[in-house]
Design a protein. Sequence first.
Length: 87
Amino acid sequence: MPKTAVQPNQIAQFEQSLDELEKLVARMEEGDLSLDDSLKSFERGIALYRGCQTALEQAELRVKLLYDPANPDDDRSGAGDFKFDAP
């Protein structure tokens, strides 16, 4: 399978990361964390966000490859219009 293909465990990992990120944000919004815990949570959140962003980029590439395997850089598929909006 090509390196850019999204495998089922990658999808599950994305969903788990997104769920953990949402929980981290909720805990931080409560305002009950110490400064140290807030910084650790923020650092973990950034790592989760980057992992999710990478997974989304890989999924976008897969859509492009499925749309036109000969020319995956062609944005006529509309896949390039997808933007991840964090809640």
